[in-house]
Design a protein around this ligand. Structure first.
Ligand code: F6R
Length: 242
């Protein structure tokens, strides 16, 4: 694990964008795993401005970590909508080269298995962008998730629904379930890049960097990742002792 701590989030975002750019220059049709949520939005915006300055991201193959169960692809809070507006359209990527879970499928478990199979058919993820929940979740692997877990339909905890209520008008509208890549699936990504900003993420970053790996803090599973870069600001690093 390599950890970069910085006081200037813009500089951290630039470094993360450099990692994506280096991947694309080496492998134009690499598989890039997108995290949704607010943390990586500036990274996608920085990559969009590099596209406007001539960087070609259009051959990337795109996948994601998770999707709410019950939201249609055009629901403004669905992760498919997020990826279309923050990634596919601005980077000129055909939606046919995006593997995203069908959150509105009649059988979410079958949709989860199909999502995992399609990622495997691509040969896995070259670079996975990750955020972390205040409760330590990665994707929607909530505390207690097995480190061997595969992509499946999961229940969201009350704290995650509360944390994500800011994107919806009412807490009642936040879905109760999601399709999530498993921790075992995420650990198979060839390279992962985790971003965390703000004091709310400090306990999770402390557990990842200095804690004992435990399913109670899912992000700590990333201690076992073969090639992980962590970019955090001073606030998110504030629980680190060493
Ligand atoms: C989203 C995802 C989640 C988020 C996490 C942090 O695809 O997998 O694990 O990364 O909930 O969300 P933000 O960045 O909004 O704080």
């Amino acid at each position: 694990m390599r950890i970069t701590i910085g006081s200037d989030p813009t500089r951290l975002i630039d470094q993360a964008a450099d990692a994506v750019e280096a991947l694309v220059r080496a492998t134009p049709d690499a598989v890039l795993g997108i995290a949704t949520g607010s943390t990586p939005e500036p990274l996608y915006a920085e990559l969009t401005s590099r596209v406007q300055r001539g960087l070609d991201l259009s051959r990337l193959r795109i996948t994601c970590l998770d999707e709410y169960v019950g939201l249609s692809a055009d629901h403004p809070q669905s992760y498919r909508h997020y990826i279309r507006t923050h990634v596919l359209e601005p980077w000129g990527i055909d939606s046919a080269t995006a593997v995203l879970p069908a959150g509105d499928a009649a059988d979410p478990d079958a949709a989860a298995r199909d999502f995992e199979r399609r990622i495997r058919d691509w040969g896995g993820v070259d670079l996975q962008i990750l955020g972390v929940g205040p409760n330590g979740h990665i994707a929607f692997n909530e505390p207690g998730s097995s480190f061997d877990s595969r992509t499946r339909a999961v229940e969201l905890t009350a704290s995650t629904r509360q944390a994500n209520a800011r994107f919806f008008e009412h807490l009642d509208e936040v879905p109760t379930r999601a399709i999530s890549q498993g921790i075992g699936t995420i650990l198979e990504s060839r390279h992962a890049l985790l971003l965390a900003f703000g004091e709310g993420k400090a306990p999770a970053i402390g557990a990842l960097v200095e804690g004992t790996a435990s399913p109670e803090v899912p992000v700590s599973a990333l201690q076992r990742h073969a090639d992980l870069d962590v970019y955090v600001d001073d606030a998110a690093a504030s629980h680190l002792q060493r």
